[in-house]
Write a protein that binds this ligand. Structure first.
Ligand code: ADP
Length: 732
């Protein structure tokens, strides 16, 4: 057996195996059955060429020749039926399907009829020559017409379809198109022109077709084929051109007469030269042409990767990072929608980093969502989920419940692809991609690209997130400080004002009180004016009290500080209000910490603060209630949670709480209660100075006065003072 026969035989085996594979994968499927029939016909064509070429007897040769020419009838007809099945929904009458069978049967009869299509086989020095009969042109037209018909149907269907079926058509179309065209040139057109030298080549070239289909089927992931498809297309076109050049050379030299005919070496040399010179530029031309025509959306992945990684390195803002990633990838991948979800360790657990086109409500998945659970398994890094593949897997194993849960979840979100974002094995986010605008499927290359991008994105997102957290803490710190500063400024200015006003008022008040008591002492108690004078006196006394308060307020820095036992000061204070507590139906609960460290303070001033707070609590419980006074120690939490400064910034504080079960404070009032003169008690009852004075005193002791309150339930005033043991470094 010579090399051509060997290769034809191999092509036959390949096609036969392919036919069997397709049939085995979908026995009940008409499409599969028809494709198997195509493959079988191609295989018989490949096999038939072997005995035809090797037969020594003219009768045998003629018989095999007929079989060789019958096979293409089966190929084109079964291929046409195969394509009809693609279109089956569109065609109205099923009967119409069978019409093309009649011409095929006619041609078959003609081919087998002695002398009609094939008259005789001549033994020549090279390949056997065939003498065609009068019906050969009909045969010729039939084959070409049926192939054209098939390809028209396929291309029409290609443009009407989307998703997987579009990709499938691509394979079928290009695989068969290339083989069919090459085969027609070498085995139909050239023999018609009397050139039989390549009468075996078409068979070998069917390997192109079978490799296409085989690859698509065996790997199932249809996406990979793109690159192979591209290369095959380019090289096949080059092959066609090379052959055409060669054929042209032969025809040209034959036309020139016997002069050049006797110099085959020269012809070979010339065509080889032409091919060698033209090969590279031609290759580039076809590469560009196929890219332009068939793979329009191609983009340079390397450029995209480097652009994105620069962006990720330079972006510290979390929102911007997610947004830029989403928009760039969406545009480049021509996805209809995309989203990045960030998984947090604390509530709300899942936040939307960025999203375009998704339903936000559906997207705001909870942390026990099956998709998150699927990816979030400690120490396991999963690959991305592709909807089509899950669907295929679940068709093969419908009992897999986990799979159907994932499928349902992806359907709910209307997403084609879900991928994890890990950092050191920990899931920190998910990305979602909708289908492509072209409805094509994502390629294997794109999967790898996304995996690379999101492994880098993990680090960038984590950095941006840390940065955001620190930034927020800094802002909070600044805000707290400025609030404190504002409050201090307010108090300081009021203090200054108070001192000047107090002196101005005190003098006339002393006069008023002095003259009132003089008048009262001179008047008989029965005098009707005594009542009015008493009112003047009590109002003047009230005014003096306010003035005293104001003076206390501004004088507080001139205090004397010493180590003070807070529990003792509170007990002392309570003795003062004991009577009032009893009469106003108050229940006092004392919860004093045993080993409370002392604080460096002015006991009198603290007493004033405690009295203010207790008095306010009583006012808040006009019908009685519970007042809990509690002391404790607590380590002061540093505001910036940075592990480097954590330990050293911690200080022991003494906390004193006054919790009442009173009316509580309206949220709108909360930011005003420490303001001087703010009161809700009316002019007669309140001065609005108690809390601002208390705040001022506590602040001057290096502590803080804070409040928590719930309307209708009660308030909790908390005093935090630095414990003495830690005050060494503090300037007191
Ligand atoms: P005054 O007691 O003279 O009104 P304060 O400065 O002591 O002045 O208090 C300001 C305001 O804060 C009060 O008028 C009241 O509205 C509110 N307040 C203070 N303590 C309490 C409390 N324990 N429960 C409810 N409201 C309170």
């Amino acid at each position: 057996m010579d090399i051509q026969n060997n290769l034809s035989f191999l092509a036959g085996i390949t096609n036969l195996s392919l036919g069997f594979l397709v049939w085995a994968r979908g026995r009940k499927n008409t499409l599969n059955a028809l494709y198997s029939f195509v493959a079988l016909s191609v295989a018989s064509w490949c096999f038939a060429v072997v005995p035809f070429r090797s037969a020594l007897d003219p009768a045998d040769s003629l018989l095999w020749c007929k079989i060789l020419y019958v096979s293409p009838i089966a190929i084109v007809t079964s291929f046409l039926f195969f394509n009809f099945t693609f279109l089956s929904q569109e065609r109205a009458s099923r009967l119409a399907h069978f019409l093309p069978l009649f011409p095929a049967l006619g041609i078959l009869t003609l081919t087998l009829w002695p002398g009609m299509v094939i008259q005789e086989v001549l033994f020549a020095s090279g390949e056997k020559q065939i003498v065609f009969g009068p019906a050969y042109p009909i045969y010729f037209i039939f084959i070409i017409a049926y192939f054209c018909w098939s390809f028209i149907i396929l291309s029409k269907q290609y443009f009407n379809s989307s998703g997987i079926s579009r990709m499938q058509i691509r394979y079928v179309f290009f695989g068969t198109f290339i083989s069919a065209n090459l085969g027609m040139i070498t085995n139909l057109i050239l023999p018609t022109l009397g050139i039989f030298s390549f009468n075996w080549l078409g068979q070998i070239l069917t390997i192109i077709m079978s490799s296409f289909i085989a690859y698509a089927i065996v790997r199932y992931r249809l996406m990979d084929i793109k690159i192979i498809l591209k290369r095959t297309l380019v090289y096949s076109m080059l092959l066609i051109i090379t052959f055409s050049v060669y054929v042209f050379m032969i025809l040209f030299s034959q036309n020139l007469g016997d002069r050049n005919h006797s110099e085959p070496t020269f012809r070979m040399f010339l065509s080889a030269l032409l091919v060698a010179v033209g090969f590279e530029p031609l290759k580039r031309f076809f590469q560009r042409a196929t890219d332009r025509i068939f793979f329009k959306s191609e983009y340079d992945q390397k450029v995209l990767l480097s652009r994105l990684s620069t962006m990720m390195r330079n972006t510290i803002n979390l929102e911007k990072l997610c947004k830029d990633l989403t928009q760039t990838l969406m545009t480049k991948l021509t996805a209809k929608k995309m989203a990045i979800l960030l998984v947090e360790e604390e509530p709300p657990f899942v936040i939307i980093g960025a999203q375009e086109g998704f339903n936000e409500l559906v997207l705001a998945l909870s942390s026990n969502n099956p998709l998150i659970e699927y990816f979030n398994i400690q120490g396991v890094q999963k690959e991305l989920l592709v909807y089509n593949e899950l669907k295929k897997q679940s068709e093969e194993d419908p009992s897999d419940r986990d799979l159907s849960v994932l499928i349902r979840e992806m359907e709910k979100l209307d997403t084609t692809l879900v991928g994890p974002i890990y950092i050191k094995g920990r899931l920190i986010g998910l990305f979602f991609l909708g289908e492509k605008r072209s409805e094509d499927i994502y390629t294997e290359d794109e999967f790898s690209m996304l995996e690379i991008i999101f492994s880098q994105a993990g680090t960038s997102i984590e950095n941006a997130r840390l940065y955001k957290r620190v930034h927020e803490q800094m802002e909070e710190l600044k805000k707290n400080q400025s609030e404190q500063l504002m409050q201090s400024a307010k108090l300081a200015s009021v203090g200054e004002l108070a001192v000047s006003v107090a002196h101005e008022i005190n003098n006339p008040l002393t006069g008023i009180l002095g003259f009132t008591s003089l008048l009262l002492s001179e008047m008989s108690p029965d005098d009707p004016r005594t009542k009015d004078l008493k009112v003047i006196e009590s109002e003047a006394l009230r005014s003096r009290q306010i003035v005293r308060n104001l003076l206390d307020f501004s004088r507080s820095h001139g205090s004397k500080k010493e180590p003070v036992d807070i529990n003792g000061v509170i007990r002392n204070t309570l003795t003062l209000i004991q009577y009032q507590a009893k009469t106003s139906n108050m229940n006092l609960i004392e919860r004093f910490a045993k080993d409370l460290p002392p604080v460096h303070a002015d006991a009198d001033q603290l007493k004033q603060v405690f009295i203010n707070l207790i008095k306010n609590a009583f006012d808040a419980m006009p019908k009685g209630g519970i007042l809990t006074i509690e002391t404790s120690t607590l380590p002061e939490k540093p505001l910036v949670m940075n592990s480097a400064v954590h330990e050293s910034a911690s200080e022991e504080m003494v906390m004193i709480q006054f919790k009442d079960s009173g009316m509580g404070i309206h949220p709108d009032h909360l930011q005003n209660i420490f303001d001087p003169f703010f009161t809700t008690k009316g002019r007669q009852m309140g001065t609005g100075l108690g809390l601002s004075i208390s705040y001022n005193i506590i602040e001057k002791h290096g502590g803080r006065l804070e409040v928590e309150s719930e309307l209708g339930k009660g308030s909790n005033f908390m005093i935090k003072l630095p414990a003495l043991s830690h005050q060494g470094s503090r300037n007191v």
